[in-house]
Structure formats: C-alpha cells, structure tokens
Ligand binder design. Structure first.
Ligand code: SF4
Length: 376
C-alpha cells in the first residue's frame, strides 16, 4: 500500500504566520497544474505494483482549483495509478472557497474527506492572521459540506494566538464540537522567520503568549475534545469513532508515499525526496520532461530518529521490539537511557515494551523525542 500527496502551491492571500510553499500569483495556476499532471505521469513507475490507499490534495489551497483543473488531476491519478483499494481521498479547503461550483464538483468526485482550514471562529483572530474567510463562513462551510454528503470532515484550529485568552479558546472548541464533525487537527501557533508574524515579533510589535498560557490551552483542548468523545490519537489530532486520518497515520507508520507538485516531499523506505520549491522552475523542468527533485538516502540514525519523533507523538507510541528488530539492541539501550528522566517524571510511560507519552508529556512531545535522538 502507498499514498499520493499533491501540493497545490497557490493561495488567495498570505496568512501572516505561514511558511508553507505557496504563491498568490494565480495566473500561473493553470501551467503548474498541467506540470503536476505531467509529473504524475512521469513518476507512475515509482509506485508500480502498489495499491494506492490514500490520496491527499494539500497546499497551499487546493480549493482554488477550477473544475477543469481538478478533472485534469483526477484523470492523471486514475489513468496512471492503481486505486482499486482506495480508502481515503482528502482535499484541503478554505471556508471562503465553498461556493456552489466547488460543492457540486465534490458531490460527484471520488473525494470522501474534506479538511477545512478554519483556524478560528473569532473574527478578530482571523483578521489578525490575515485569513481570507470570516467567522460566519467558518461556521457555514461545515454545514454546506455536510449537506452535500461529504463523509468525513476535519477542521483545523489554532491555539496560542496572541491576545487569545482561555475563555475565547474554550468558546472556539465548543463551536467546533457543536458542528458534529469527527476529526479535529489543532496546532499551537508557531512563529516562523520571514513571515509577517516573524518580522512583527522581532520588532516587538507582536507579543506571543507565554508557554504557561499555551500549555493551559492545550490542556483545555484535550479535556474538551475527550469530554465530547474524541480520541487524542496524535499530539495535534483528535478523532471520533476511530476516524483517524489514514493518510497521516500512514506517514507516521512509514508507509511509502509519492509527493507531487512544487515543494512536495516523497518517502520510500530509507529514501526521502523533495521537489524544488519554486513554481516557475518546476514548470520549466517538467516542460523539458525533467524531474526537479533532490534525493537523500536516510542513515540508520535518521530513520531511528524519525521513528521516535513520529511514534512518540501518537497514542501507539514506540515499540522497543520494533526498535530492536529494525535498528539493533544498542538503540533500545540508548532510548531507555535517554528517556529515563521522562519516565521518572511521568511524562513518558513504559508498558509491555511500548513507550508512550502521558498527558503531561504530550505538550513537550517534540522536545522529549529529540532528547533521545542519535546524531550521525
Ligand atoms: S491558506 Fe494555508 S497555505 Fe495558504 S497562506 Fe494561509 S495557511 Fe498558508
């Protein structure tokens, strides 16, 4: 089994916190989409003999695609890959793009999962972050998607927004829970260099909340979602009725995936590849039938570190028997010794060869995992 990720590198406007690869020059959208279709064709042999379990259109903003552009990509996927056992086909969408044309397309497409970039239900937060949608659209978009029968709906929410207090965050969570959806992804706002927020923070024009406040908001997130029947299956992901995001869960479990489009990453056991993060150069290379990608052979240490980083973020944790079988006994000794402070202070739990993070450890998941990394 394998997955296909397609990166649509266009957005209406730049959110002030975002450092993903995207452009607001929509005039190039058609040529990039044609190049993506060509890349899908040129790389079909990389998944030869494999059945595709998941397809994910992310970005950027895939909901900016026209019907014609989506048709072109659909054809390139269905003509070149084996989708006989497809379980999940996700498209990311922004609330302001859910117009009748887009919804009609979804109704007849094989897409069965919608990931909505809501981020907040508060007008002030949306304006502060320069999101393109309004608070009203944030609520209405989910209802519209439910009305046309989209099976699985996930929404993204951000906490740790400057000026957001605990009560406002809890109101946001309450609004999300009332939407009757089965999946929530929630991330703490991080400040990235070369973004508007990065510049404002440097100039002290934007004051980020203290760690104590964001950790309190994270606790509220866990408490509120659990009380509403969601399972906290990954640090940033919550699912009802075991409706885990299959595509992402496969990433964490090391299932191979092909990443298509500018800046997209691919993973095959022991190998990582990434496409050039420049739309014009991407199109130029594909015009000449060239693949604008770089490749890295992952060292044993790198693979081990990735296993720790992804595993410790999930409720399934890391398995010492898997570590011994894949990497050797020395790696088990190393992980036990490096994680012992976290086992002692109860941020990590060791049970039947499995190490998971406790509720109080999850907020620090990335730091705990990196404390057990082995550097080349
Ligand atoms: S819509 Fe998404 S990808 Fe585009 S700028 Fe905003 S956060 Fe980034």
């Amino acid at each position: 089994m394998a997955g296909i990720y397609i990166h649509i590198p266009f957005c209406k406007q730049a959110c002030y916190y975002c450092n993903f690869h995207f452009s607001t020059l929509l005039i190039y959208k058609e040529s990039v989409v044609k190049a993506i279709a060509k890349e899908l064709f040129l790389r079909k042999d990389e998944l030869k003999g494999q059945k595709i379990e998941t397809v994910y259109w992310g970005g950027g903003t895939p909901s900016l695609l026209s019907d014609k552009e989506m048709d072109l990509l659909m054809a390139a996927i269905y003509d070149n890959y084996n989708l006989s056992e497809l379980k999940e086909f996700t498209i990311e969408a922004n609330p302001d793009d859910l117009n009748n044309d887009f919804l009609n397309y979804l109704k007849h497409a094989p897409i069965n999962r919608l990931s909505m970039g809501i981020q907040s239900f508060e007008e002030a937060h949306l304006k502060l972050m320069n999101r393109a949608h309004t608070a009203e659209e944030a609520i209405k978009c989910v209802k519209k998607a439910q009305d046309i029968g989209i099976e699985k709906i996930s929404i993204d929410l951000i906490y740790g927004i400057p000026g957001m207090d605990l009560t406002t965050w809890e109101n946001n969570l309450q609004k999300a829970i009332l939407l009757d959806i089965t999946h929530i992804s929630s991330y703490c706002l991080t400040i990235e260099p070369k973004t508007v927020f990065g510049n404002r923070t440097e100039k002290k024009q934007l004051i980020m909340p203290e760690e104590g406040e964001t950790s309190e908001q994270f606790d509220a997130l866990i408490y509120r979602t659990e009380a509403a029947g969601f399972e906290h299956y990954e640090v940033s992901n919550f699912a009802k009725n075991k409706e885990y995001a299959i595509h992402n869960t496969n990433y964490w479990n090391g299932v191979p995936y092909l990443g298509i489009g500018p800046a997209a990453h691919s993973y095959f056991p022991g190998i990582r590849m990434w496409n050039i993060a420049n739309n014009q150069q991407y199109v130029k290379a594909l015009d000449q039938n060239e693949l604008p990608l770089e490749k890295e052979i992952l060292s044993t240490n790198n693979q081990f570190n990735e296993y720790l980083m992804t595993g410790l973020r999930t409720q399934w944790g890391i398995d010492l028997q898997v570590i011994e079988a894949k990497f050797g006994l020395a790696f088990v000794d190393s992980v036990m010794s490096n994680l012992s402070p976290y086992l002692k202070n109860e941020q990590a739990i060791h049970n039947n060869n499995i190490i998971t993070l406790s509720k109080k450890g999850k907020f620090f998941a990335d730091g705990i995992a990196s404390a057990a990394f082995i550097v080349d």
